[in-house]
Design a binder for this molecule. Sequence first.
Ligand code: GTP
Ligand code: MG
Length: 303
Amino acid sequence: MNKIESKFGYVSIIGAPNVGKSTLVNSLVGQKVSIVTRKEQTTRNRIIGIFSEGDSQIVMVDTPGIFKAKRKLDRAMVLSAWSSLKDADLIVLVVEANKDIKKNDMVIKHLNAMKGFNKNKLICVINKIDLIQKPSLLSLTKNIQTYIDCEQYFFLSALKRDGIKDLKAYLSNNIPRGQWLYPENQISDITSRLMASEIVREKLMNILHQELPYELAVETEDWNELKDGSVRIDILIYVSKKGQKKILIGSEGNNIKKVGIMARKELEIILEKNVHLFLYVKVQKDWDNNPNYYRTLGLKYNV
Ligand SMILES: Nc1nc2c(ncn2[C@@H]2O[C@H](COP(=O)(O)OP(=O)(O)OP(=O)(O)O)[C@@H](O)[C@H]2O)c(=O)[nH]1
Ligand SMILES: [Mg+2]
């Protein structure tokens, strides 16, 4: 890439919990780099997704949805989301097309918080248009404009990948000139160890979504490449209470078996090798007070 012509920029993806930020990052990258569940507060750390198109390389920072921070882990997540904004060349604020933004405190908080940023940095994505019958684009935009003014509005479905191309083109055209930081084919900075534990967490949250709340941590404990070309991955799942361990494992181990099979299949595709996956469940009352867990997620411990 010619140094003078190349473009490079950071784009922060921000928005209330569950609006589809991680789905959007995955759609822009074209592959899964950030896990997606139907539950709120899925994303815990700052995950980057990278795409390179034409002269441009874009680093997207997926952030946890910002919410009222009560627990220590929540506060660390909030800090991580906000600190990503100061480096951003563009900010993509995601809202949902199928919900009345005026009725959601969290969304209003987000919209108001964006007031401090330069208008020409701000792009609004109105996501999940597949869920509404006839999108009234004008009234959706007007609602948002009661709070903030964005440079551009995109209506899309991150899930169905409808409208992604236009957003991609806009981002590519509007980042500054600069040298690429990553090789052309790199799509994330997430380590394989973290990806493995994240995929297990995704399956757990999706399979046990009713029974298990957010009281869950997953950590890759061991990673061994074997002589036959396969890999053995040992993963620890922490819950806070004995009862949760029982639910998580399920009767005759049914739940944990399901999680293990689904996670292994997905990891085999990502890693392009056979995977032997071992899951262990541990009860640890205050896992969210363990500094090591924050470190693996790249979060600050004492905030
Ligand atoms: N129908 C529909 N569902 C979507 C779309 N985008 C995301 N979703 C769903 O919305 C839910 C939340 O998606 P995520 O991408 O995890 O949302 P998030 O904003 O990253 O959530 P947090 O990390 O918890 O803040 C999942 O069930 C997605 O499948 C879309 O365009 N259409
Ligand atoms: Mg997310």
